[in-house]
Ligand binder design. Structure first.
Ligand code: ZN
Length: 307
């Protein structure tokens, strides 16, 4: 039995995965983000709780950050700063006396979609997760692609406008700044600043992607434009991936996609326009089959499959 944990900026999701890749049992706990001791003790508590009910062979942890495949140290984790420069798998293995594997959370999600989700049986796919940011993971030639030192697949930080918005990574103009939940809110604010007549003006702060989606569903023109603009950027992202990698599938997950029809239709239209017709024809763009559990399932599968 393998235990998968998906560490988010606010919540940790943990679940036991059986031999048929099904979630047997899962739970959620709040993430400690500002002190390592608290973070480790919360994780230990969760794992020990699962250990009480069933024997666990190994633990997989999906982390929102860059993990070195050489040293296994987490190099950076903007949303959970206490994890920077920490060898989380060694620390946790010492605590719970089990084999522990870590990887980037979107890489784990990509692996889950490849093994038992929308991309089962395929060899070349990208998994994009539209949440607060734009996470991504790549399956190339039938295996998870992580690059020379484990930091690969960060497509959300592809620069599309050198003079663009500031990004959570500390740089400027990354595609994540326009194609993400944060990007949706900033785009809406930019439009409202021009004095538009929109029901978004009456919404109680804070403005969120969900509230903008609700306004779009109710026919608000500005909110619909925000989703169309975001879909446009997201479609360009897909076109670039398709032309670069000749993928069979792009799988899209994330909280923003749960409210997705305004965005996905536009994204597919734009990707069709900008990608090579021959490459576009070979690539399906689909919603995740495992969302919101893809990261958690993938982490458990990585623990099982990575020796
Ligand atoms: Zn960035």
């Amino acid at each position: 039995m393998y235990l998968g944990l998906d560490i988010g900026g606010t919540t940790i999701k943990a679940g036991l995965i059986d031999e048929e890749n099904r979630v047997l049992e899962s739970r959620k706990v709040p993430t400690v983000i500002d002190n390592l001791e608290g973070f480790i003790s919360k994780l230990t508590e969760v794992i020990c709780d699962f250990q009480k009910s069933r024997p666990i062979d190994a633990v997989g942890i999906g982390v929102p950050g860059l993990r070195s495949s050489k040293t296994h140290v987490i190099a950076t984790s903007p949303n959970i700063p206490c994890l920077a420069n920490v060898n989380l798998e060694k620390m946790m293995a010492d605590q719970v006396h089990l084999r522990v594997v870590t990887d980037n959370d979107a890489n784990a999600g990509a692996y889950a979609e490849f093994v038992c989700g929308a991309g089962t049986g395929l060899q070349h796919l990208a998994y994009l997760t539209l949440g607060t940011g734009l996470g991504s993971g790549l399956i190339l030639n039938g295996s998870l692609y992580t690059g020379a030192s484990g930091y690969g697949g960060e497509f959300g930080h592809t620069v599309i406008d050198p003079n663009g918005r500031l990004c959570a990574c500390g740089k400027q103009g990354c595609i994540e700044t326009v194609a993400s939940g944060t990007g949706i809110v900033t785009t809406a604010r930019d439009k409202l600043r021009t004095g538009r007549n929109s029901r978004l003006n009456e919404i109680a702060p804070p403005l969120t992607a969900e509230k903008i989606y609700d306004a779009a569903v109710r026919g608000d023109e500005t909110a619909r434009e925000v989703f169309a603009d975001t879909g446009h950027w997201f479609g360009l992202a897909c076109a670039n991936l398709i032309n670069l990698l000749n993928l069979e599938m792009i799988v899209i997950g994330g909280g923003v996609m749960a409210s997705g029809e305004f965005l996905l239709g536009k994204a597919i239209e734009v990707a069709r326009h900008y990608a090579f017709a021959s490459s576009f024809a070979d690539c399906q763009i689909v919603q995740s089959r495992l969302w919101p559990d893809a990261g958690m399932i993938g982490a458990a599968l990585l623990a099982r499959d990575r020796a």
